[in-house]
Design a protein around this ligand. Structure first.
Ligand SMILES: NC(=O)c1ccc[n+]([C@@H]2O[C@H](COP(=O)([O-])OP(=O)(O)OC[C@H]3O[C@@H](n4cnc5c(N)ncnc54)[C@H](O)[C@@H]3O)[C@@H](O)[C@H]2O)c1
Length: 502
């Protein structure tokens, strides 16, 4: 095995499709030689030409010198067959997602390359152990999972199969860095890290749509404005394509023995069956024209009602008192039987909160203070709550900068549910060793553009509060989808920081 940091390296790329081309480009910009093999006649040349066109565009944009581009183009060779990869130091395979095909390619490669050559697959869903099954030297087989488009996505998951050696992992991490990527080492398991970790965000949003707690526009607005996500979960589902994210959800759900935490909901299947694939088909959770969403319904609750001036706080804590002071409500000492009652439940719905506090459910308005409230406020009330009371409270909160979203009664509102699910899944990934806590956070930020990693999110929400939200959700719904990760539970109960080693 060569020293990937210092030695000149020759990288074989098998499959010159979308991913293969990206891998060729970062191989070249990383100062290494690329040898491309594609089984389709002319496929290697076509892939190379696409890479050259992208290098030319970088020259036009001024981010690459033309002399540099010319030199990079000299570092590419086209292979007529796998035998031409014989002197490669490492081969990255990016052919169709077919386990038998990949196994065959790895067996054929072993027959031609040296024993020191590292073999990596860019598979997104097949276990590395399965691809390496027929190999003679399994220790040199690993995953190198890039993200699309490769030159723009900094993350690469280096997947350690059952027999992959530490030397192979060290080699591929260094190779990834030389390609200008940020490597994370991940366990060989369904969805690796990012595809697994990303399940919570979209599937919980689908669940909320299923339960008619909120519309896609409302859910997306809450997650963007109150939680800092660049895209709402249903916008994101439309962008990746339902034909991609539905099957990925199924593979991961089945791969993890139908863990209810990873289950998606009927609206997801319904979109797929209707051919509403998202942006690519012009219709998904939203309708698109020219790639842009159109006729998007407003997520805001608009009212002309007179604002509520005096309210009573139910079970007030620091956050609710500070919020009331900011709004300028006059606070009643006792319930006058007609004014709004304001509460901030954690993990509960308005119904459960009204029952144990004794608050009149017809006048109880719950506000989610677990998240940012400067750009949007989420309100919810129990079934039967008076529309006039809801409108009066909404009017007292609404400003041009801060619209109000009114959702139906739901344990954990929208944000607590989705953030709780993301954080809990992150903790579970740490529990089962998908990667180290630090790399889980790093990968989720780089791979999915999350504002913080799932474990950082758990810390930000507070481990106690995260545990309370999950336990309450599980108890109210009776659904093991919300069962807390033991990793989270132990740290919350013991008051330990999230990254405490086991
Ligand atoms: N597209 C993505 O977003 C993405 C992201 C991460 C990983 N992946 C994985 O990367 C791999 C490739 O995906 P893609 O999107 O680039 O596919 P693609 O269909 O664009 O390209 C596959 C290429 O492999 C070639 N090929 C097929 N059989 C071959 C063989 N026997 N020998 C040599 N070449 C052969 C095809 O001619 C084609 O050019 C898959 O395993 C996929 O799961 C894809």
């Amino acid at each position: 095995m060569k020293n990937p940091t210092a030695d000149p390296l020759k990288v074989g790329i098998v499959g010159a499709g979308a991913m293969g081309q990206g891998i060729v480009q970062v191989t070249l910009t990383g100062g290494m030689q690329a040898v491309i093999y594609d089984a389709k006649p002319g496929g290697g040349e076509a892939g190379r030409d696409q890479v050259f066109a992208r290098l030319d565009r970088l020259v036009e944009k001024g981010s690459l010198e033309d002399t540099e581009a010319a030199a990079l183009k000299q570092s590419v060779a086209i292979a007529g067959g796998l035998a031409d990869l014989a002197d490669c130091d490492v081969v990255v395979e990016a052919v169709f997602e077919d386990a038998d095909l990949k196994r065959q390619i790895f067996a054929d490669l072993e027959a031609v390359v040296s024993d020191g050559c590292v073999l990596a697959s860019n598979t997104s869903s097949i276990l590395i152990a399965s691809i390496a099954r027929e190999c003679k030297i399994k220790a040199r087989v690993a995953g190198m999972h890039f993200f699309n488009p490769v030159p723009l996505m900094k993350l690469v998951e280096v997947v350690q199969g059952a027999d992959t050696s530490e030397d192979t992992i060290t080699f591929l991490r260094a190779l990834g860095e030389r390609m200008g990527r940020t490597p994370v080492t991940v366990r060989d398991a369904p969805g690796c890290l990012v595809n697994l970790g990303g399940r919570a965000y979209t599937t919980e949003a689908m669940r909320l749509v299923h339960e008619r707690v909120a519309t896609p526009t409302q859910i997306d607005a809450i997650m963007r404005d109150c939680c800092g996500f660049r895209l709402g979960p249903l916008q994101l589902a439309d962008l990746t394509g339902v034909d991609v994210n539905y099957p990925v959800s199924q593979i991961i759900y089945q791969g993890y023995d139908q863990d209810p935490r990873l289950k998606t909901s009927f609206p997801h299947l319904s979109l797929l069956e209707a051919g509403r694939l998202g942006r690519k088909s012009g219709l998904g959770n939203y309708r698109y024209e020219g790639g842009k969403p159109v006729d998007v319904p407003s997520p805001d609750h608009v009212t002309q009602a007179a604002p509520a001036k005096s309210v009573m706080l139910v079970e007030p804590g620091e956050k609710l008192e500070a919020f009331a002071a900011e709004i300028g409500w006059a606070l009643l000492e006792e319930d006058d039987g007609e004014s709004p009652l304001i509460g901030f439940p954690l993990g509960e719905d308005a119904t459960a909160f009204a029952v144990w506090t004794g608050a009149d459910p017809a006048r109880l308005i719950c506000v989610d203070l677990s998240v940012e409230t400067h750009s949007r406020v989420t309100l919810m009330a129990a079934p039967g709550a008076g529309p006039a009371i809801i409108d009066a409270v909404a009017a007292s909160l609404t400003t041009p900068a801060r619209p109000v979203t009114l959702i139906k009664d739901s344990p954990g509102f929208v944000a607590q549910r989705i953030r709780g699910m993301v954080a809990n899944l992150g903790c579970e990934m740490a529990q089962i060793g998908v990667a180290s806590p630090g790399e889980i956070d790093l990968a989720m930020k780089l791979g999915l553009n999350y504002p913080q990693g799932p474990l950082e999110l758990a810390e930000e929400m507070g481990l106690d509060d995260t545990l309370t939200i999950m336990e309450t959700l599980q108890s109210i719904t009776g659904d093991d989808r919300y069962r807390p990760s033991q990793w989270l539970r132990r740290r919350a109960l013991l008051g330990l920081p999230i990254d405490t080693a086991d």
